[in-house]
Design a protein. Structure first.
Length: 190
């Protein structure tokens, strides 16, 4: 079991979130990941990937969904390419993955690039990431930080299980989350 336990009132959740983050884009992110999530058993209003127009198994070919979602992440496209997904097979591996992702100590101390450390608890990595995003939003374990000189900001999120162990920590840009939504909803064809 992960040794990292949730803090009841961590300092990073106590930052004052500027009102300018409360906009239609934030609403779109919450509606998609909390209400219309493609994850099974996540919402009574869930929409499957097939309802969004994807095949039954859109994960296995390079031109399919997984690679397209990865290409939406800015740090994935940098040279040299940064690792984005740090996937643990179970809670016992979580501390190692958090450390590898620089999300273990003093979270969130490094807002230089996007990455996700998570327990892979669903049918594949991205469905697990989406479930962890859903839980972070639904349970209020998130905050946002502006990215200087841009019109973007980082979502800083954490998910914990019922036992109180951290099952995911992530730093993702608002623009990445919006691109993911547009891609899944087939608004864009990346």
């Amino acid at each position: 079991m992960s040794k990292i336990r949730k803090e009841e009132n961590p300092g990073w959740l106590q930052w004052i979130v500027p009102e300018r983050f409360n906009n239609p884009e934030l609403f779109k992110i919450v509606i998609f990941f909390v209400f219309h999530s493609p994850c099974k058993d996540s919402s009574a209003m869930r929409r499957s990937l097939q309802e969004y127009g994807w095949s039954d198994k859109p994960w296995f070919k390079p031109e399919e969904l997984k690679f397209k979602l990865l290409k939406c992440i800015g740090s994935f496209n940098e040279t040299p390419r940064k690792q984005i997904l740090f996937s643990a097979n179970n809670a016992d591996e979580m501390d190692e993955k958090l450390k590898s992702a620089d999300l273990l100590d003093n979270f969130p101390s490094n807002l230089d690039y996007e990455r996700v450390a998570f327990v892979n608890s669903k049918e594949n990595q991205f469905m697990s990431v989406f479930a962890h995003i859903r839980n972070s939003l639904a349970h209020g374990r998130l905050n946002m930080r502006e990215i200087p000189e841009t019109n973007d900001f980082f979502f800083i999120m954490e998910d914990v299980n019922r036992a109180g162990s951290v099952t995911s920590r992530m730093i993702l840009k608002k623009s990445t989350l919006l691109k993911w939504i547009d891609l899944i909803e087939k608004v864009i064809e990346k």
